[in-house]
Write a protein that binds this ligand. Structure first.
Ligand SMILES: [Zn+2]
Length: 278
């Protein structure tokens, strides 16, 4: 099969998953079922016919409005679909059709809904982060990290003569500790020193999930890039609106895209950073 055809199929698959993730984003924060009832217009409650539920196309054909009541439908919906399609395609170009591709696809499909839910509701639901942690831990044990990033696994296998999966598990758990532990520590310090809740427990759980999959190197890169993004947005908000630096955007909104950047280009970024000192 020509790779262009597989790539296009992967992109279409991403659009369909994106359509499902829209349902997750809309319903999980309200503790609603993600299966039933079928999709309906949030305004007039008319159920959406399958032919009006085609990712991106339906939105364009209907001019971003509900067929029944003509209420305006958020641009976020087709944007999520397109985003998932594009990220899936990039992962296919990076991995090919491998076990690593499967793991990476699951990873971004867990991260993206968290970003949008955190933006809208300022929560990172446990129903996503807890199972997400277990699934990503298992996927990481099945499919190892790419070579320059598997330092923990490499050192463990040199020192402990146990099966290879135990070394991978150790690497994943160390990553989880790096991600979850460091954010928990920052939150705790904020609370003790400044008496404000600067970092929620949800962020720590999200980063434990991210760390289990990315390992400690890319996890620290994720936190670094997210802090940088947060600072830039904070300064821009100051300049544009002249308001205080008090951030209204929750940190998960920056952590999620940073984790996906680390997944896609982390090795290159770390290599480039290291080259600055050589
Ligand atoms: Zn409607």
């Amino acid at each position: 099969m020509p790779p262009q055809f597989i790539g296009f199929s992967v992109f279409l698959f991403g659009l369909i998953v994106g359509s499902f993730l829209n349902v997750v984003i809309a319903r999980v924060p309200n503790r609603e079922s993600i299966v039933l009832p079928p999709s309906h217009c949030p305004s007039c409650l008319a159920s959406i016919k399958p032919y009006d539920n085609v990712p991106i196309l339906s939105y364009m054909i209907l001019g971003g409005r509900c067929r029944s009541c003509r209420v305006h439908i958020s641009f976020i919906y087709p944007a999520v679909e397109a985003m998932v399609g594009i990220v899936y395609l990039l992962l296919y170009l990076l991995d090919g059709l491998t076990l690593a591709f499967l793991g990476d696809v699951v990873f971004v499909s867990l991260i993206l809904p968290l970003v949008f839910i955190d933006y809208r509701h300022k929560i990172l639901p446990n129903v996503i982060t807890y199972p997400g942690f277990i699934v990503l831990l298992a996927l990481r044990v099945l499919a190892p990290l790419p070579v320059p990033l598997n330092a923990t696994e490499h050192i463990a296998s040199a020192m402990i003569s146990s099966p290879i999966w135990t070394h991978r598990l150790l690497g994943a758990l160390l990553g989880a500790l790096a991600g979850g532990g460091s954010l928990w520590l920052v939150g705790w310090l904020y609370l003790v020193i400044r008496k404000v809740e600067g970092m929620g427990l949800g962020d720590a759980k999200m980063m434990a999930m991210v760390g289990a999959f990315l390992g400690w190197e890319l996890t620290f890169l994720t936190i670094f890039v997210a802090s940088l993004m947060g600072s830039i947005v904070g300064v821009l908000a100051m300049l544009v609106r002249g308001e205080s630096l008090r951030m209204e955007i929750p940190f998960g909104v920056f952590l999620g895209p940073s984790a996906i950047i680390a997944l896609l280009a982390g090795r290159e970024l770390i290599g480039w950073y290291a080259s600055l000192f050589n």
